[in-house]
Design a protein around this ligand. Structure first.
Ligand code: G3P
Length: 217
Protein backbone atom coordinates (compact mmCIF):
# COMPACT_ATOMS: atom_id res chain seq x y z
CA UNK A 1 0.00 0.00 0.00
CA UNK A 2 1.29 3.43 -0.91
CA UNK A 3 1.46 6.10 1.79
CA UNK A 4 0.35 9.63 1.00
CA UNK A 5 0.73 12.30 3.67
CA UNK A 6 -2.39 14.35 4.32
CA UNK A 7 -0.85 17.71 5.21
CA UNK A 8 0.71 20.90 3.88
CA UNK A 9 3.25 20.98 6.70
CA UNK A 10 6.46 20.99 4.66
CA UNK A 11 8.76 20.09 7.57
CA UNK A 12 6.60 17.09 8.51
CA UNK A 13 6.51 15.91 4.89
CA UNK A 14 10.31 16.29 4.62
CA UNK A 15 10.88 14.20 7.76
CA UNK A 16 8.79 11.29 6.45
CA UNK A 17 10.13 11.70 2.92
CA UNK A 18 13.71 11.27 4.17
CA UNK A 19 12.63 7.87 5.54
CA UNK A 20 11.10 6.79 2.23
CA UNK A 21 7.60 6.87 3.70
CA UNK A 22 6.09 9.36 1.26
CA UNK A 23 4.64 8.12 -2.01
CA UNK A 24 2.58 11.29 -2.45
CA UNK A 25 0.84 14.15 -0.64
CA UNK A 26 -2.80 15.20 -0.36
CA UNK A 27 -4.13 18.63 0.54
CA UNK A 28 -7.56 20.21 0.65
CA UNK A 29 -8.87 23.73 1.38
CA UNK A 30 -8.99 23.05 5.13
CA UNK A 31 -5.39 21.82 5.13
CA UNK A 32 -4.25 24.90 3.19
CA UNK A 33 -6.12 27.13 5.68
CA UNK A 34 -4.41 25.32 8.57
CA UNK A 35 -0.98 25.84 6.98
CA UNK A 36 -1.50 29.61 6.82
CA UNK A 37 0.35 29.54 3.48
CA UNK A 38 -0.52 30.65 -0.05
CA UNK A 39 -1.87 27.62 -1.95
CA UNK A 40 0.30 28.10 -5.05
CA UNK A 41 3.49 28.68 -3.05
CA UNK A 42 3.13 25.87 -0.56
CA UNK A 43 1.97 23.40 -3.20
CA UNK A 44 4.99 24.23 -5.37
CA UNK A 45 7.30 23.71 -2.39
CA UNK A 46 5.75 20.30 -1.70
CA UNK A 47 5.91 19.30 -5.38
CA UNK A 48 9.63 20.13 -5.43
CA UNK A 49 10.21 18.04 -2.31
CA UNK A 50 8.43 14.79 -3.22
CA UNK A 51 8.54 12.67 -6.35
CA UNK A 52 4.99 11.34 -6.15
CA UNK A 53 1.65 12.99 -6.92
CA UNK A 54 0.61 16.03 -4.89
CA UNK A 55 -3.15 16.57 -4.76
CA UNK A 56 -4.31 20.19 -4.93
CA UNK A 57 -8.04 20.83 -4.73
CA UNK A 58 -10.20 23.15 -6.81
CA UNK A 59 -12.61 25.36 -4.89
CA UNK A 60 -15.11 26.25 -7.64
CA UNK A 61 -18.42 24.41 -7.71
CA UNK A 62 -19.37 24.78 -11.40
CA UNK A 63 -17.66 22.45 -13.88
CA UNK A 64 -16.28 25.17 -16.18
CA UNK A 65 -14.72 27.04 -13.25
CA UNK A 66 -13.34 23.81 -11.79
CA UNK A 67 -11.74 23.04 -15.13
CA UNK A 68 -10.14 26.50 -15.28
CA UNK A 69 -8.84 26.17 -11.70
CA UNK A 70 -7.63 22.64 -12.39
CA UNK A 71 -5.66 23.79 -15.41
CA UNK A 72 -4.04 26.53 -13.31
CA UNK A 73 -3.15 24.12 -10.51
CA UNK A 74 -1.71 21.68 -13.06
CA UNK A 75 0.79 24.35 -14.11
CA UNK A 76 2.38 24.36 -10.65
CA UNK A 77 4.44 21.23 -11.36
CA UNK A 78 4.44 17.99 -13.32
CA UNK A 79 3.47 15.93 -10.28
CA UNK A 80 0.26 17.82 -9.52
CA UNK A 81 -2.85 15.70 -9.14
CA UNK A 82 -5.98 17.83 -9.51
CA UNK A 83 -8.53 17.16 -6.79
CA UNK A 84 -12.24 17.66 -7.51
CA UNK A 85 -15.26 16.93 -5.31
CA UNK A 86 -17.60 14.06 -6.09
CA UNK A 87 -20.47 16.13 -7.45
CA UNK A 88 -21.98 15.95 -10.92
CA UNK A 89 -19.97 19.06 -11.86
CA UNK A 90 -16.88 17.52 -10.31
CA UNK A 91 -17.33 14.43 -12.49
CA UNK A 92 -17.66 16.62 -15.59
CA UNK A 93 -14.45 18.42 -14.65
CA UNK A 94 -12.77 15.07 -13.94
CA UNK A 95 -13.60 13.77 -17.41
CA UNK A 96 -12.36 16.90 -19.22
CA UNK A 97 -9.18 17.28 -17.17
CA UNK A 98 -8.27 13.58 -17.30
CA UNK A 99 -8.82 13.53 -21.07
CA UNK A 100 -6.27 16.36 -21.21
CA UNK A 101 -3.73 14.03 -19.59
CA UNK A 102 -3.92 15.21 -15.99
CA UNK A 103 -4.01 13.03 -12.89
CA UNK A 104 -7.32 13.41 -11.03
CA UNK A 105 -8.23 12.68 -7.42
CA UNK A 106 -12.01 12.62 -6.86
CA UNK A 107 -12.65 13.44 -3.24
CA UNK A 108 -15.47 13.44 -0.68
CA UNK A 109 -16.62 9.97 -1.74
CA UNK A 110 -19.09 8.33 0.63
CA UNK A 111 -20.70 5.59 -1.47
CA UNK A 112 -19.73 2.76 -3.82
CA UNK A 113 -21.95 4.21 -6.54
CA UNK A 114 -20.06 7.52 -6.34
CA UNK A 115 -16.81 5.57 -6.72
CA UNK A 116 -18.18 3.74 -9.76
CA UNK A 117 -19.04 7.06 -11.43
CA UNK A 118 -15.59 8.50 -10.66
CA UNK A 119 -13.88 5.51 -12.27
CA UNK A 120 -16.00 5.89 -15.39
CA UNK A 121 -15.15 9.63 -15.50
CA UNK A 122 -11.44 8.78 -15.64
CA UNK A 123 -10.34 9.39 -12.03
CA UNK A 124 -6.78 8.35 -11.23
CA UNK A 125 -7.71 8.12 -7.52
CA UNK A 126 -10.98 7.85 -5.64
CA UNK A 127 -10.93 9.18 -2.07
CA UNK A 128 -13.48 7.49 0.23
CA UNK A 129 -13.56 9.31 3.58
CA UNK A 130 -13.31 6.62 6.24
CA UNK A 131 -13.24 8.69 9.42
CA UNK A 132 -16.21 10.83 8.49
CA UNK A 133 -18.32 7.70 7.90
CA UNK A 134 -17.18 6.29 11.24
CA UNK A 135 -18.27 9.63 12.75
CA UNK A 136 -21.87 8.87 11.78
CA UNK A 137 -21.68 5.22 12.88
CA UNK A 138 -21.18 3.75 9.40
CA UNK A 139 -18.14 1.50 9.05
CA UNK A 140 -15.89 3.30 6.57
CA UNK A 141 -13.98 0.10 5.89
CA UNK A 142 -17.10 -1.55 4.43
CA UNK A 143 -17.03 1.17 1.78
CA UNK A 144 -13.37 0.48 0.95
CA UNK A 145 -14.18 -3.23 0.63
CA UNK A 146 -17.19 -2.58 -1.64
CA UNK A 147 -15.19 -0.29 -3.93
CA UNK A 148 -12.36 -2.86 -4.06
CA UNK A 149 -14.83 -5.54 -5.17
CA UNK A 150 -16.50 -3.33 -7.79
CA UNK A 151 -13.24 -2.06 -9.27
CA UNK A 152 -11.81 -5.59 -9.40
CA UNK A 153 -15.02 -6.98 -10.96
CA UNK A 154 -14.57 -4.72 -13.96
CA UNK A 155 -10.84 -4.06 -14.03
CA UNK A 156 -11.10 -0.33 -13.35
CA UNK A 157 -7.64 1.19 -13.01
CA UNK A 158 -8.76 3.97 -10.66
CA UNK A 159 -6.80 3.60 -7.43
CA UNK A 160 -8.55 3.47 -4.08
CA UNK A 161 -7.08 6.18 -1.85
CA UNK A 162 -8.36 5.66 1.68
CA UNK A 163 -8.79 9.16 3.12
CA UNK A 164 -9.96 10.78 6.34
CA UNK A 165 -7.72 8.27 8.05
CA UNK A 166 -7.58 8.99 11.77
CA UNK A 167 -6.07 5.91 13.43
CA UNK A 168 -3.40 3.26 12.99
CA UNK A 169 -6.18 0.67 12.75
CA UNK A 170 -7.54 2.51 9.72
CA UNK A 171 -4.11 2.05 8.12
CA UNK A 172 -4.00 -1.66 8.93
CA UNK A 173 -7.57 -2.33 7.81
CA UNK A 174 -7.12 -0.38 4.57
CA UNK A 175 -4.00 -2.44 3.83
CA UNK A 176 -5.78 -5.73 4.64
CA UNK A 177 -8.69 -4.89 2.35
CA UNK A 178 -6.33 -3.88 -0.43
CA UNK A 179 -6.68 -0.11 -0.73
CA UNK A 180 -4.04 1.03 -3.22
CA UNK A 181 -3.12 4.07 -1.13
CA UNK A 182 -3.89 5.49 2.30
CA UNK A 183 -3.44 9.15 3.06
CA UNK A 184 -2.93 10.02 6.71
CA UNK A 185 -1.71 12.88 8.89
CA UNK A 186 2.01 12.58 9.77
CA UNK A 187 1.19 11.76 13.41
CA UNK A 188 -0.84 8.70 12.40
CA UNK A 189 1.95 7.40 10.17
CA UNK A 190 4.55 7.94 12.89
CA UNK A 191 2.43 6.27 15.56
CA UNK A 192 2.33 3.08 13.46
CA UNK A 193 5.81 2.46 14.91
CA UNK A 194 4.51 2.41 18.48
CA UNK A 195 3.88 -0.69 20.57
CA UNK A 196 3.76 -0.92 24.33
CA UNK A 197 5.65 -4.25 24.27
CA UNK A 198 8.40 -2.69 22.18
CA UNK A 199 8.81 0.03 24.83
CA UNK A 200 8.69 -2.52 27.65
CA UNK A 201 11.15 -4.86 25.93
CA UNK A 202 13.58 -2.05 25.21
CA UNK A 203 13.42 -0.88 28.81
CA UNK A 204 14.33 -4.39 30.02
CA UNK A 205 17.18 -4.71 27.52
CA UNK A 206 18.59 -1.32 28.59
CA UNK A 207 18.40 -2.26 32.28
CA UNK A 208 20.24 -5.56 31.67
CA UNK A 209 22.79 -3.87 29.42
CA UNK A 210 23.62 -1.34 32.12
CA UNK A 211 24.44 -4.28 34.48
CA UNK A 212 27.07 -5.61 32.05
CA UNK A 213 29.13 -2.40 32.30
CA UNK A 214 29.97 -2.82 28.60
CA UNK A 215 29.99 -0.28 25.73
CA UNK A 216 29.73 -0.83 22.00
CA UNK A 217 31.27 2.53 21.07
O1 G3P B 1 -7.96 12.98 3.50
C1 G3P B 1 -9.07 13.80 3.75
C2 G3P B 1 -8.89 14.42 5.07
O2 G3P B 1 -8.07 15.52 5.02
C3 G3P B 1 -10.14 14.68 5.82
O3 G3P B 1 -9.87 14.21 7.08
O4 G3P B 1 -10.13 13.97 9.47
O5 G3P B 1 -11.01 16.03 8.28
O6 G3P B 1 -12.14 13.84 8.01
P1 G3P B 1 -10.84 14.53 8.27
Amino acid sequence: MKFFVDTADVAAIAELNDLGMVDGVTTNPSIIMKSGRDILEVTKEICDLVDGPVSAEVVATEADDMIAEGRKLAQIAENICIKVPLTWDGLKACKVLSDEGNKLNVTLCFSANQALLAAKAGATYISPFIGRLDDINIDGMDLIADIRTIYDNYGFETQILAASVRTVNHMKDAALIGADVATAPPAVIKSMANHVLTDKGLEAFMADWAKTGQKIL
